[in-house]
Design a binder for this molecule. Structure first.
Ligand code: FAD
Length: 457
C-alpha cells in the first residue's frame, strides 16, 4: 500500500495511535480554537493540529505525520497565516508551537536560548534584567523564529542589520524525524538554508541568538493631525535620506476607527506619525531629531527609555487581528514618490499607509550570513487594512495593493519576506540570489516536500 492509498480515516487513526490525545483532529473538541491563527482573517483547515510541549513531542508529531502520508506546517502564532493561505493544508498537520515557549539568557556570552514558539516579549522580559535586549520587530507577540529566520526588520536595523544575522544556532526536527543541531560548525549547509528558508526545512524547537548590550535607548514617536501629512512626509523623506545609520524610523498615515478600544487622542482620527529609535547619546539624538521636532508635533514621546519599552513604540495591535497587507521595497523616495504615497494614503478602507526607512546596515550582505542576510533598497512601502468580515477582504486587498502600486515607479527588485503576508506573492525576490541553492538544499533535506512553510523555497 502506498501513502496515497490511505483513507482519511486510516490517517486519522494512525495519528491517534501514535500521538494519543496530543493530536486534535477535525471534530475533536477544541479543534476550531487550535486551528485559529493570529490573523483571524485566515480560515485555515489543517488535517489535524498538534501543540507540542517539548522537542520530543515535535519529533513524535513529524514522524507520525510522515508515516500517515501527511505534510507538516509549523506555525508559532499565525501572524503570517496570510502567506500560508494559498497552501492546501487539508493534507497537513499544523504543528503549533504556541506551547513551546521560554527564553534563557547567558549574560556573559550575551546570548539567549529561545524555545521554538517563543515570542519577542519572552526574550525581552528575560534579557531586560541583565541590561540586554534583542533585535525584535514592532510587535511583542510575533515569534522569534517566524520573524528572525525570515529576515527580521527592527528599529536597530539601519545601525546593526537584519535580525537573522543574530542567529547563532538552530535545533530543528527535519523531514526524516531527526532532531539536528545546525550552526557554523555543525550541519553548516542546513544552518545557511534555515536562515531565510525557515520552516521550509523543519520544525525549529530552539535557537540561540545574540543579544544587544542596550539597557536603554533613545526612542519614541512624533504625532500630528493628518492635515499636516504633506509637510511632514516631505520633510521626513528629505531628513531620512540624510539621516545617520544610527536612526531607524518609519512614517505612517493612520486612519483610526472611532472605537472605544483606542485612547481618545487617537480614536476616530487620521494622523501622521513618525516613530523609531536613534542609537546615540541623548545630545546627539536630540540634534538628529531637531528638524522633525521643528514641525511642532502635537505629541512628542522621543526620550531615553528602557530598551524593553521599544516594542510598544509602534503601537501594533495587541490582539489577534484580521489584517490584509501588501508591501514593496523602494529604491528611493524622491518628492514625486512622496506625493504618490500621500495620494494613496487617503484611500478608503486603508488603516495604515507606512513608509519604513531601511538601507544602511540592512542593505549590507554578511559574508558569514545565511540564505538571506540583507535587503537591497532604501525604503519599504506597506499598506495595512482590516477585514473583520469576509466581504471586506476584496476592498481591503484593493486598498493595500493600490497603496503599493501607487509607488511602482520606484519599486526595486527585492521583497522583505517578513512583510509578505498574502497568498500568491512570488517569493523569489525575497530570497534574492539564494533561491537556487535553497532549492538544492530543500531537495537534500526534504525531498518529499514534507514541510509547508509561509515562504516556500
Ligand atoms: C502586527 C505585526 C507587526 C509586525 N512587525 C514586524 C516588524 O517590525 N519587522 C518585521 O520584519 N516583521 C514584522 N512583522 C511580520 C512578522 O515578522 C512575520 O509575519 C513573521 O513571519 C511572523 O512570525 P510568527 O512565527 O509569529 O508567525 P507564523 O505565522 O506563526 O509563522 C510564519 C512562518 O514562520 C515559520 N515558523 C514559525 N515558527 C516556526 C517554528 N518553530 N519552526 C519552523 N518554522 C516556523 C513557518 O514557516 C511559518 O509559516 C509583523 C507582523 C505583524 C502582524
Amino acid at each position: 500500500m502506498t501513502f496515497s492509498d490511505l483513507t482519511t480515516d486510516t490517517r486519522a487513526q494512525q495519528l491517534r495511535d501514535a500521538l494519543g490525545d496530543r493530536v486534535i483532529l477535525a471534530g475533536d473538541p477544541g479543534f476550531d480554537e487550535a486551528r485559529l491563527p493570529w490573523n483571524v482573517a485566515v480560515d485555515q483547515h489543517p488535517f489535524a493540529v498538534v501543540r507540542p510541549e517539548s522537542a520530543e513531542d515535535v519529533v513524535d508529531a513529524v514522524r507520525a505525520a510522515v508515516a500517515a502520508g501527511l505534510r507538516v506546517a509549523p506555525q508559532s502564532t499565525g501572524h503570517a497565516a496570510g502567506a500560508l493561505a494559498d497552501t492546501d493544508l487539508s493534507g497537513a498537520v499544523l504543528v503549533s508551537l504556541a506551547r513551546l515557549r521560554g527564553a534563557t539568557v547567558d549574560r556573559l556570552a550575551r546570548t539567549a536560548r529561545v524555545l521554538g514558539g517563543s515570542q519577542w516579549n519572552d526574550v525581552i522580559a528575560a534579557a531586560a534584567p541583565h541590561g540586554l535586549t534583542a533585535m525584535h520587530g514592532s510587535a511583542g507577540d510575533v515569534s522569534v523564529v517566524g520573524y528572525a529566520l525570515s529576515g527580521g526588520l527592527s528599529f536597530y536595523g539601519r545601525a546593526l542589520g537584519m535580525a537573522v544575522n543574530t542567529v547563532r544556532e538552530v535545533q530543528l526536527v527535519t523531514a526524516d524525524g531527526a532532531l539536528l543541531r545546525a550552526s557554523v560548525d555543525e550541519n553548516p549547509d542546513l544552518f545557511w538554508a534555515v536562515r531565510g528558508g525557515s520552516g521550509a526545512f523543519g520544525v525549529i524547537v530552539s535557537l540561540e541568538i545574540d543579544l544587544l548590550p542596550y539597557a536603554d535607548i533613545y526612542a519614541g514617536m512624533l504625532l500630528w493631525d493628518a492635515v499636516h501629512a504633506p509637510a511632514v512626509a516631505h520633510a521626513w523623506a528629505r531628513w531620512s535620506a540624510a539621516a545617520p545609520e544610527s536612526a531607524t524610523t518609519t512614517l505612517r498615515v493612520l486612519h483610526i476607527p472611532p472605537l472605544p478600544d483606542f485612547p481618545p487622542f487617537l480614536s476616530g482620527r487620521s494622523l501622521v506619525v513618525i516613530d523609531g529609535a536613534i542609537l546615540e547619546t541623548d545630545a546627539v539624538a536630540a540634534e538628529v531629531l531637531a528638524p522633525l521636532r521643528a514641525m511642532q508635533p502635537e505629541m512628542d514621546t522621543f526620550a531615553r527609555i528602557p530598551s524593553a519599552g521599544l516594542i510598544a513604540v509602534h503601537m501594533d495591535p495587541p490582539e489577534p487581528t484580521p489584517a490584509i497587507t501588501a508591501h514593496a521595497v523602494l529604491e528611493a523616495l524622491p518628492a514625486d514618490a512622496v506625493d504618490a504615497f500621500l495620494a494613496a494614503a487617503g484611500s478608503p478602507g486603508l488603516f495604515v499607509a507606512e513608509l519604513r526607512h531601511i538601507g544602511g546596515a540592512f542593505a549590507r550582505p554578511r559574508p558569514d550570513g545565511g540564505a538571506i542576510s540583507a535587503i537591497a533598497g532604501e525604503y519599504i512601502v506597506h499598506g495595512i487594512a482590516v477585514a473583520p468580515v469576509p466581504e471586506a477582504v476584496g476592498p481591503a486587498t484593493a486598498a493595500v495593493q493600490g497603496t503599493v502600486d501607487a509607488l511602482s515607479l520606484w519599486h526595486g527588485d527585492a521583497l522583505a519576506l517578513t512583510f509578505i503576508d498574502s497568498a500568491g506573492v512570488a517569493r523569489a525576490a525575497g530570497f534574492g540570489g539564494s533561491g537556487e541553492r535553497l532549492r538544492e538544499l530543500k531537495h537534500r533535506y526534504d525531498p518529499a516536500g514534507v514541510f509547508a512553510a509561509a515562504h516556500p523555497v
